[in-house]
Design a protein around this ligand. Sequence first.
Ligand code: RB5
Length: 152
Amino acid sequence: MTLYFGSDHAGRELKDILLSHAKAKGISAIDLGTDSDLSVDYPDYARKVGESVLASPGAYGILVCGTGIGMSIAANKIRGIRAALLYNEETARLAHQHNNANIIVFGGREVAPKDATSWLDAFLSATFEGGRHGRRIEKVSQIEQENHGTTT
Ligand code: RB5
């Protein structure tokens, strides 16, 4: 399994902590930036991580911005991405079990590092349950297919 990590400046510190945590567990973890505190635009990193996840079957993405909201919005614009903003350990587990999320998102200014690392572990330990949840994800894909090209 490979994990792709990305953040803007507001999420860089937590992204680096999560990256080190994954590496320490022996997981293949790839850092797609940013690598400094200079102000950058979160959609650029959501795109890099989203496209990398789609190009690498079985991979997951981890995105961090200040709130987690901008990264969630941007990543979910990519067809095939299901990005879940986590806010506790249960949502981390359910994002995998029920939503089959392929990207998880953290608010770097909103969550303590020790919580974020345990949410990452909870997500990775869980598995997708399928069944009725699979049917619902299919319906989400239909929305995506039928509204491709729509702008607001
Ligand atoms: C950057 O200041 C901040 O707006 C960004 O990290 C994120 O929270 C956006 O949703």
